[in-house]
Design a protein around this ligand. Structure first.
Ligand SMILES: *Cc1c(COP(=O)(O)O)cnc(C)c1O
Length: 458
C-alpha cells in the first residue's frame, strides 16, 4: 500500500460538497457543451481542475487578512509582502499583480516586439498566449526524456541545453528579448528542473546577453525535489535552494495561487532598474498602483504569510506525498501515469490509455469527460486541445509532446479518502476503456480555446 505523511494540520472550517447522480451529470455536461470549464462547481464532487487558487488558507493567513491596509499608496500590507518577496526571491524590485498571467502580460509588453522569439523549457498556456498576443513566438525546448511517460529521469522538466544553444545560433540572440524557464514544468507533468540545468541555462542566456526570467509558480515544490534528488543540495534547506535558483535569474513571474497558497495574487520581480520603471508604468495602466497591483491590501497580507508556509518542509513532504499516493494508486489500476509524479498533479497519458482515439479527436478530453460522468471528478486536458496550433512559418499543426489529463491536487484541501474515491472512479473507467470515443469541436475562439470551446461526441 502506498502511503504519505499524515496531514500536518487539522481542519477548523468545512465546506460541504455533494455528488449528483449520473443522469444529472449527463445533463450538466451537455449543457456545458462537453467542456468541463463550463460546469458549475456545484455539479462537481471532487474538483481537480486546478491547484491554482483552490488551496485552503491557514488560520494565520485569515488572521493576517484582518490586518490588511487598504491604502491606495504605500500600504503596510505592501511592505509586509515586500519583506517576504525580498527575503525569499532576492530580486531588487517587484510589483504585485492580480495573478501570474497579469505579470506575464506586463513582461511581454515591456520586453517583446512582434516576430521575436522566447525560448523556455516549456511555456505554460497563459505565457504562450501572452507571447503570441504580442506577435511573439514561444519556443519549447524540453529534454526528450519528458516525452516518455515511464522514463524515471529525476528532472524531466529540464531544458534541452544543446537545443537552446542551437536555437540561439539559428535565430540570433538579437531576436530573443528574453529567455524563460518554468519551475516546475507544468505542461510536461509538473516535472522539476535541476539546479544544475538552471545554472547552465542561465550561463547560456548570460553569454548571449539575453535576460532570463523564471516562471516561478511552483518554485517551492521544485526546490523540494532538488533537495530530494540532487545530491549536492541534500543538506540545504528548501529556502536556501530557492535562493540559489533565483540568484541565477534576472527576474521572475509568479502566480501566488500556486506556491503562495492564496486564492488570488501574483507578482513580477526583476533586477533591472529601467525595466522596473517601465513595468510600473504598465502596471498602473493595467493592474493598479505599484503598491497594490490589482489586489486588495488583505490579499497582499495573505500572500506574505502563504509564501512562507509553502516553504515549510513538513508541508511540502505531505503535499508531494499526496500527489505521489494518487499516482501510485492509478498506476496500480493500469493507468499510464507520468513518472516520477510531479509536485502538484497526477498526469495520465491519455494518448497511451486511449490509443484508438486520434490526436485531433482529443483523447485527453474524452478521458476527462469520463472521469466526470463516472464519479463527478473534474480534471483537465493538457494536450492537443490546449496546445496544438498552426506554426506560422510552416503552416503545419504543431502538437504538444503528449495527450495528457491532469488531476491537480488543491493544497491542504482534500483528504486521503477523497484520493481513494478518485482512484476507484478511475478504476471503473479502465475496465471499459475500449468503449470510449473522441470529440469534435463545434466552437473555438482564436486564443486559449480549451477554456471556452464547445464539443460534440463522435
Ligand atoms: C498558473 C500558471 C501560470 C499563470 O498564473 P495565473 O495565476 O493562473 O494567471 C503561469 N505559469 C505556470 C507554470 C502556471 O502554472
Amino acid at each position: 500500500m502506498p502511503t504519505y505523511p499524515a496531514e500536518p494540520f487539522r481542519i477548523k472550517v468545512v465546506e460541504p460538497i455533494r455528488s449528483l447522480n449520473r443522469g444529472q451529470r449527463v445533463s450538466a455536461l451537455q449543457a456545458a457543451g462537453y467542456n468541463i470549464f463550463g460546469l458549475r462547481s456545484d455539479e462537481v464532487y471532487i474538483d481537480l481542475l486546478t491547484d491554482s487558487g483552490t488551496g485552503a488558507m491557514s488560520d494565520r493567513q485569515w488572521a493576517a487578512m484582518m490586518l490588511g491596509d487598504e491604502s491606495y499608496a504605500g500600504a503596510r500590507s505592501f511592505y509586509r509582502l515586500k519583506e517576504a518577496v525580498d527575503a525569499i526571491f532576492g530580486f531588487r524590485h517587484f510589483v504585485p499583480a492580480h495573478q501570474g498571467r497579469a505579470a506575464e502580460n506586463i513582461l511581454a509588453k515591456v520586453l517583446l516586439k512582434p516576430g521575436q522569439f522566447v525560448p523556455s523549457n516549456t511555456h505554460f498556456d497563459t505565457t504562450e498566449g501572452n507571447i503570441l498576443d504580442r506577435g511573439g513566438r514561444p519556443v519549447n525546448l524540453t529534454i526528450p526524456e519528458a516525452a516518455d511517460a515511464s522514463n524515471l529521469h529525476p528532472f524531466k522538466g529540464n531544458m534541452d541545453l544543446a537545443g537552446l544553444e542551437a536555437f540561439i545560433d539559428r535565430v540570433g540572440a538579437e531576436n530573443i528579448p528574453l529567455g524563460m524557464m518554468t519551475v516546475t514544468n507544468n505542461s510536461v507533468g509538473g516535472q522539476p528542473v535541476s539546479l544544475e540545468n538552471l545554472r547552465q541555462a542561465s550561463a547560456i542566456y548570460k553569454r548571449h546577453r539575453i535576460p532570463f526570467f523564471i516562471d516561478a509558480c511552483r518554485y517551492a515544490e521544485n526546490a523540494y525535489f532538488i533537495k530530494q534528488r540532487e545530491p549536492e543540495c541534500a543538506q540545504l534547506s528548501v529556502r536556501e535552494i530557492a535562493r540559489q535558483m533565483f540568484a541565477l535569474a534576472d527576474g521572475a513571474t509568479m502566480s501566488a495561487k500556486k506556491n503562495g497558497i492564496v486564492n488570488m495574487g501574483g507578482f513580477l520581480a526583476m533586477n533591472d532598474d529601467e525595466l522596473f520603471q517601465r513595468a510600473c508604468n504598465e502596471l498602473i495602466l493595467r493592474e493598479g498602483f505599484p503598491t497594490y497591483g490589482g489586489l486588495a491590501g488583505r490579499d497582499l497580507d495573505a500572500m506574505a504569510v502563504g509564501l512562507w508556509e509553502a516553504l515549510d518542509e513538513e508541508y511540502l513532504a505531505y503535499q508531494v506525498g499526496q500527489v505521489g499516493y494518487l499516482a501510485q494508486r492509478l498506476l496500480e489500476m493500469g493507468f499510464p501515469v507520468i513518472q516520477p509524479p510531479g509536485g502538484h498533479a497526477v498526469y495520465i497519458d491519455a494518448g497511451a490509455f486511449l490509443p484508438h482515439i486520434a490526436r485531433d479527436e482529443f483523447p485527453g478530453l474524452a478521458l476527462a469527460i469520463e472521469l466526470y460522468l463516472e464519479g463527478g471528478v473534474r480534471a483537465v486536458e493538457i494536450g492537443s486541445l490546449a496546445f496544438a496550433r498552426k506554426d506560422e512559418e510552416s503552416g503545419e499543426m504543431v502538437h504538444p509532446l503528449m495527450e495528457l489529463v491532469r488531476l491537480a491536487i488543491p493544497r491542504r484541501t482534500y483528504t486521503q479518502a477523497h484520493m481513494d474515491y478518485v482512484a476507484e472512479t478511475a478504476g471503473r473507467i479502465a475496465a471499459r476503456r475500449k468503449e470510449i470515443h473522441g470529440y469534435r469541436i463545434t466552437y473555438e475562439p482564436r486564443l486559449m480555446r480549451h477554456f471556452t470551446a464547445r464539443f460534440e461526441p463522435l
